[in-house]
Design a binder for this molecule. Sequence first.
Ligand code: GLA
Length: 702
Amino acid sequence: MGKAKMGIVINHSENIFLLQTRSNSYAFGIDDQGLVRHLYWGKRINEVEDFELPVLTEVSTNDPVYEITREEFPVYGSLRYKEHCLKVTFADGVREVVYEYVGYRIENGESCEELILELKDRHYALKMELHYKVYEAYDLMERFVVLYNASDETMEVEQLQSGQFHIPYENLNFSNVHGHWGAEQQRFVQKVSYGKIVIENRRGISSHNHNPYFILDRDATETSGDVYFGALRQSGNFSGVVEQTPYGGTLVQMGLNAHDFCLELKAGERFASPAILCGYSDCGFETMSHRLHRFANDFILSEGFRPVLYNSWEATEFGVTCEEQKKLAKKAKEFGAELFVVDDGWFGERNGIDNGLGDWYVNEKKFPNGIDELIREVKSLGMMFGIWVEPEMVNPPTKLFAEHPDWIYHFDTRTSDTSRGQYVLDLTKAEVKSFLYEMLDNLLSGHEIDYIKWDANRPISQTNLHRDLWYRHIEAVYDIVKALKKKHPHVLFEACASGGGRIDYGILGIFDDFWTSDNTDAYDRLTIQDSYSYIYPIKAMRAWVTDCPNFLSARMIPMKFRFHSAMMGSLGIGCNVLKFTEEDTATAKEMIREYKEIRPIVQEGIFYRLENPSANDYAVYEYQKEDQGLIFAFLAQGKIGHRSTTVRFRGLEADAVYTVLLENGELKKSGAYLMQHGLELRLNGDYASTLIRFAKCETGRA
Ligand code: GLA
């Protein structure tokens, strides 16, 4: 028995492993039959000696021990009929895995300790490693599985979930997001009962429909209650299943989608599943978000604040011309934009959706002197330059398609479907991957480009003959961007897929921010941003101010509200700024100036979704960094009664005094007063909003 490392405690005589973070514990053990059995996940329990492996007894012949055992990594085989994490077909046709425990090792990472549990099949040379990374100070863990084929024959992996979790409660609430293009991140909550809840994506290009994470809570609120959560570090196809079991408790699995999937694990090959970043909070959703945001800021996201960008898409769409882009750039600089991004339409014969993708040469009619004329102008204005690409795609009328018709996903006997007038390139082909890398490397080497907006506007169809492409495709995207970043480390990459179709912890870190949605209506955006913030970090949330009436909602929203809504993330401007009135210009200048002041608090601060106790639908958010903070409050439409709301601050020091800067004056109040009593706030008129700033006074009330 003993403490091997701070966060990993092992009872060697009982084969029980206790993973400790600052406030949580996770325990499992290996029984006499070699089964890896889950024992506990929840609030911290200090003593490993408290845990024991109960003797398993069959309930009846129809309820074998394999069914009732809470396993860490159930495999397909034996008397198991439940959801499994792994299904393998061996070369001789045998389709079950029977594992035994081999041993464990511990590896020390920079900020975590890693427990690796070694298992192997009893007959076949298949090794399985269950990895648990323990981030003690972050109250988070990461789980993934590594398979190794030590035989000299190919094995077919038909299902691979990254792990199974057991939650020792029933009647939980499950939440995730649903949605579609222009309506991403629509949060839903549903009761878990008997039967299964499945969320998944089968499209290959991530999706707008579900997001690869789970949140299971026991009637939690923002600030109270048990919340179990996990986010898969993978883009593209995934699946997650939640089931309240007949034997008590709830299980959840997440990993690669088994739909149309088969991975050929060749002799000597190793395959690591995507990791799940997971944790438990006994004090509501706010703590869950804080832990994930902090982890993302410290370990996943690239350093530095995200620049205020201008993007020309909504202003010009495909009708890009060098002269107009130069004018837009000049005007954008006048407001304070730091990065100018030319969107779709600058290349090939791209005058609409039907042509151009694949022909990545600069369009001579639009840029008679090349793209460098625009880049020089942008640089001379002191701004960074960014450009839009959609590398994974090709339009049928292009030179690229004429030269390489076989480079698209296709079956020889079928006609491939176009969508948005384009095909998807088969990135599992080495030559396609190299072509894309070289094309992008040439673009970045030949021009002074600081930012790439990487888009992907359709799902994959007609795949190819290899059923691992669902995984290989996105891995190729990751590889290309990683290699480009190695050579061009200063370049930032934005992940976009028809808006917010590629928001996940797989792409984050390889890319630097997300395009959150093509829906740029500032009011709709509040819902999207609110749901996004449960799991994903604010710094990566790109948000633009665009023109009204909004192209999608036709809503008219005042500039101030539009700015405040977009200032909640990494601010961008997508207006046709050449049409701005003097008043618009003045507002934009002032708002961007203020955004730059508060940017460190917004992008790297602690974020709170504040309660709205009013009968009116106020949306109120707080951000805090060190001794400074701010509050954004919105009211789209007041209801009869002109009710105000009470803003109860979070996370202040009770005894400290804070200066609160309101639009119409300044207050000095104690942290306790602001948190308990709160401030009365009343917004009037449609689409009203305000930004309240506060700071701790060193001198108290003096
Ligand atoms: C997608 C993106 C938009 C824009 C267009 C260009 O829809 O989400 O932001 O870049 O493509 O075609």
